[in-house]
Design a protein around this ligand. Structure first.
Ligand SMILES: Cc1ncc(COP(=O)(O)O)c(C=O)c1O
Length: 305
């Protein structure tokens, strides 16, 4: 990881090394936190953050879902996110706001524990590797199921849920794949370990509904808008294993991942084994928007300064 200089921690910027927590933090013991993953990029008008308000809204909604009362107004957190990029002199950055319980009473019930917030920003390249955009990625069907929405709040980006993602990712990488597709209840596709999934068949684009346990991704929402504007039919429908293996194209979406073609599933080729035309058209449009090169970019971007 390319460390930056400062991290915003509970209301002020401190040196990266000084942004530390007690080992008795409730979140460290019980996984009780929520977070965001946001990207800022170097754009023609200056470094800009993509869909900042949507990310901040999701952070507060996630916290609310877990009864965590963030002790700062949205405006304070929004400004701190912008400052975390600017103060660290980053032209492009991945930004990670984290809301967690600090040290207080021990026990599962988080009572008398402070709600803490940190915002880190650092330089982070292509999540699935530099070649993934051009070549796509190879995935497996995970033996691990996405946590059921009956056991968890999938619309919230909760720290503890990522133990489920980590199991799937480790297993995929240990078996020579780049990532994994996770199924939900009822043997339908939910999403990747840290990405939403889209399928293309006969020019119709389908993504699993969030009821499968998939996160309501901000890139997912953007891609649905892009696909509609490009006059594709987009549906939110259950996807079976058979649908998956017979897809013309598949692609992952996510803030860290961006838009990346999935070119094989369990070593079975999808399409001709490289990112397809629809994937490439959507990826191109997405990159134009997030990099400030589209007529609509201003609707999505916030300058850090
Ligand atoms: C499990 C999971 N699903 C989907 C996504 C994609 O969400 P977004 O596009 O908001 O980054 C992420 C990334 O944050 C994720 O971790």
């Amino acid at each position: 990881m390319e460390k930056s200089k400062f991290i915003w921690m509970n209301g002020e910027f401190v040196n990266w090394e000084d942004a530390t927590v007690s080992v008795m933090s409730h979140t460290l013991h019980y996984g009780t936190g929520v977070f965001e993953g946001i990207r800022a990029r170097e754009c023609p008008k200056g470094t800009s953050i993509f869909r900042l308000n949507d990310h901040v809204d999701r952070l507060y909604n996630s916290a609310k879902a877990y009864n965590m009362d963030i002790p700062y107004d949205k405006e304070v957190i929004t400004q701190a996110i912008k400052d975390s990029v600017h103060l660290n002199n980053l032209t492009s950055a991945y930004i990670r706001p984290l809301v967690f319980f600090g040290e207080g009473e021990m026990g599962i019930l988080p009572s008398n524990v402070p709600v803490c917030v940190s915002i880190s920003a650092w330089s982070w390249g292509a999540y699935l590797g530099d070649k993934a955009g051009e070549n796509g990625v190879k995935v497996c069907i995970s033996k691990w199921k996405r946590i059921s929405p009956e056991s968890f709040i999938p619309t919230a980006k909760g720290v503890g849920g990522y133990m489920n993602s980590t199991l799937a990712k480790i297993d995929a990488v240990n078996n020579g794949y780049d990532d994994a597709i996770m199924f939900g209840d009822g043997d339908v596709v939910a999403e990747g370990s840290g990405q939403n999934l889209f399928l293309i068949k006969d020019n119709i684009i389908t993504t699993p509904p969030i009821e499968t346990g998939a996160l309501g991704g901000i890139t997912r929402k953007t891609v649905i808008e892009i696909a509609n504007n490009l006059n594709f039919e987009v549906t939110e429908q259950n996807i079976s294993k058979e649908d998956l293996l017979n897809a013309d194209e598949l692609f992952f979406t996510g803030t860290a991942t961006e838009v990346i073609g999935v070119v094989s599933v369990d070593n079975s080729k999808i399409g001709n084994g490289s990112p397809g035309d629809v994937t490439n058209a959507i990826r191109k449009k997405y990159l134009e928007i997030v990099n400030g090169n589209d007529a609509n970019s201003d609707n999505y971007l916030t300058l850090v300064k």
